[in-house]
Design a protein around this ligand. Sequence first.
Ligand code: PLP
Length: 360
Amino acid sequence: MSDRIFNFSAGPSMMPQSVLEKAAAQMVNYEGSGMSVMEMSHRSKVYDGIINNTEAALRRVMGIPDNYKVLFMQGGATMQFSAVPLNLMVTGKADYAVTGNFAKNAMKEAKKFGEVHIAASSEDRNFAYIPKQDQINADPNADYFHICANNTIFGTEWNYIPELGNVPLVADMSSNILSRPVDVSKYGVIYAGAQKNMGPAGMAVVIVREDLLGHYRENMPVLLDYKLMADKGSMYNTPPTYAIYMLGLMLEWIEGLGGLTEMEKLNIKKSQLLYDYLDSTDFYVAVADKDSRSRMNVTFNTGNAELDAAFVKASVEAGMSNLKGHRLVGGMRASIYNAMPIEGIEKLIGFMQEFEKKNK
Ligand SMILES: *Cc1c(COP(=O)(O)O)cnc(C)c1O
C-alpha cells in the first residue's frame, strides 16, 4: 500500500490507512465468525454486537445526550432532504438558510411538502460567505430551521450556531461531522451522509431529538419514518451493514487519537497551514470570506482558468488527486477531511510554491 496517493476528493474521500488495513485483515473472517461482515445476517448475534458498538462509540465521541436517537439509514444525505420535511413539518412551514448547492437542493425538496421560507441566503456572492445572525430573518413559528453546516462545494462553514428561540435547528453535517466537537443539545436533528468523514458511501447517520419523533403523516414512506426507524433500531429492513461496521472502525481511530477535541486541533492546524499560505501570496486567491472559511474544503484559484487547468493537470502528475474545483465555483478545491494527514497539506503547499515560481 506504499503507492497510495494524497487524495483530495470531496467525497467519497480518503480514509485512514490503518482503518483500511484493519478492515482488510477482518475482511474474510471477522473475529473468528467464519465469515465476512458483508456476508452476515443483520439479525445475527455477531452483527448485533457490531451495530451496538458503532452506536455506542458515536454516542461517546459526539457526546450525544440520552434523549436523542441515532438512526442508520440508506440513501445518503439527499434522502434526508426528503425525510426532514416529512418528519418535522407539523404545521407545514419551515425556514431554510440557502448557503450553497446542497442547502438549495434541500430547500427545493422541502417545497414539495410544505411552505418554505428562505430565512437567509448568500447567493448574491455565489455563496462565498455564511450569513451573520443579524442577516437571518427567522420565522418564530417555523417547524424547524435548516442549515448546511459545511458547504462542501463552496468551502464555507458555519462557525456559530444561529440563535432561533424554540425553533428546532436541523443541520446537514455531511462534510464536517466528526471534525470538531458539537453541542448536540443545540440541535433538533443532525444528519450526515457517510462518505466524507464517516466511511464508505451508502449510509446516512441521523441524530434526532426524541420529542420530534412520531408526528403522524398519511402516506409516510416506511423507510423515511424516523419514529419507525427508531423503534426498529434502524432494522425495519436490511441496514447498510458494512458501512455501519466501517463507521465503527473510523470512530475507534478517532478515539485512539484522543477524540473530537484532538481531531479539531489537527483540523485547525491543517487548514490554517493552507490558508496562511494562500494569504501570503497574490498568485492564488482564496474564494471564501475569511470569517466563513471551511476547515474541510479549501477553495482557491489563480484568477486564470487556463492556469487553473494546468495546475490541476500538474498536481495529478505530482501524485495528488481530485484538486479540481466543482464546476459551480471553478478553480481548485482541496478537501482535507479527518483522514488527510498533515504531510498531504505540506506536499500540496510545496507543489503550489513550485507552480507559482514557474508560472508567475
Ligand atoms: C456530499 C453532500 C451531500 C450529498 O450527499 P449524498 O450522500 O450524495 O446524498 C449533501 N450535503 C452535503 C453538505 C454534502 O457534502
